[in-house]
Design a protein around this ligand. Structure first.
Ligand SMILES: Cc1cc2nc3c(=O)[nH]c(=O)nc-3n(C[C@H](O)[C@H](O)[C@H](O)COP(=O)(O)O)c2cc1C
Length: 286
């Protein structure tokens, strides 16, 4: 161990004052008390429930328009804006505390559009047309999730009702064609004067480690223990040996469920391909 590292004092807002922490940039639209759309920039929004529940965690100061609107209406739409200096300049402008929703709308360069989502438990906020993707969310105020740890900060578990994406990026997602939208990275408010953003680079791919998946025997062992009459051929088992062990059971359960829906009793590599294609088609149709 060398002495390459210096200990950093941990201050309030440590993610931007005491560290370098890359974050997303999201414009959150909510509905104000007067019925207009409020636009607030946020970076502390992260996936929180990923498997059984699909949810994001938002951390906001208590007194923000966004927090107050979520508490009252339960609805928030997360608009992922693209990297564009003009857009980010306006984003920072909309992040200055103390302005009313109306004042912010006057300053905003963004185009707001009404949602065509089905209304459940209240009106869905308008979305930002310039976005790459949009998460329409409903606040889950279940006891275990509503943390109000300090008088200044609120934590909201936002369940994702719908994810909407511009056609081009929807195609990229479904086809896995290696194209990615250009999304900004926020390094926060670092020096009392500026917000710092970074220009994204085109992502590159790194091959998964070889031999770290499971072996055929492990897949067979799992296949024989799934609660289903669907039979797995060895060739079908061989097709999924690259799946990490921790995800294997869930992946196999999903495949079996789809086989059952298709009326299939024996899984072959061809059927596995069909299931994969069907899944891709379904994703495309959503
Ligand atoms: C890029 C960016 C990211 C921000 N992220 C957060 C955040 O995650 N949480 C927070 O409380 N404030 C954050 N702020 C500050 C809020 O935007 C600011 O409090 C603003 O007044 C909120 O708007 P609202 O009152 O309309 O909700 C951020 C500001 C900017 C410019």
């Amino acid at each position: 161990m060398t002495n390459d590292f210096e200990e950093v004092r941990i201050l309030d807002n440590f993610y931007q004052t005491s560290s370098f922490y890359p974050m997303p940039v999201v414009l959150i639209t909510t509905i104000s008390e007067t019925g207009v759309t409020n636009i607030g920039p946020y970076s502390l929004v992260f996936p929180f429930g990923i498997a059984d529940q699909h949810a994001m965690m938002l951390i906001s100061r208590n007194t923000s328009n966004t927090a107050q609107n979520v508490l009252r209406t339960r609805k928030a739409t997360l608009n992922f804006i693209p990297y564009d200096k003009k857009i980010l300049k306006n984003t920072v402008k909309l992040g200055f505390p103390g302005q009313t929703s109306e004042e912010k709308l006057n300053d905003s360069i963004f185009t707001l559009q009404p949602s065509n989502g089905k209304m459940t438990n209240g009106k869905i906020p308008k979305y930002v047309q310039e976005s790459v993707q949009i998460f329409e969310c409903t606040w889950d105020d279940g006891e275990s999730f509503h943390y109000n740890g300090t008088k200044d900060e609120s934590h909201f578990l936002l369940r994702i009702d719908r994810i909407l994406m511009k056609k081009k990026w929807h195609n990229a997602l479904v086809e896995g064609n290696g194209k990615f939208p250009s999304l900004p990275i926020d390094y926060g408010y670092r020096d009392n004067k500026h917000f710092w953003f970074s220009e994204p680079r085109t992502p590159y791919s790194e091959a998964l480690p070889k031999g770290k998946g499971v072996d055929l025997g492990t897949v067979r062992y799992q296949a024989d223990r799934l609660d289903s009459d669907v039979h797995w051929t060895d060739e079908a088992c061989a097709k999924i040996v690259a799946i990490p062990r921790v995800f294997l059971k869930k992946a196999m359960t999903q495949i079996v469920k789809q086989a059952e829906e298709m009326g299939v009793t024996t899984l072959t590599p061809e059927i596995m391909d069909e299931i994969r294609d069907k899944r891709n088609r379904e994703k495309r149709m959503k």
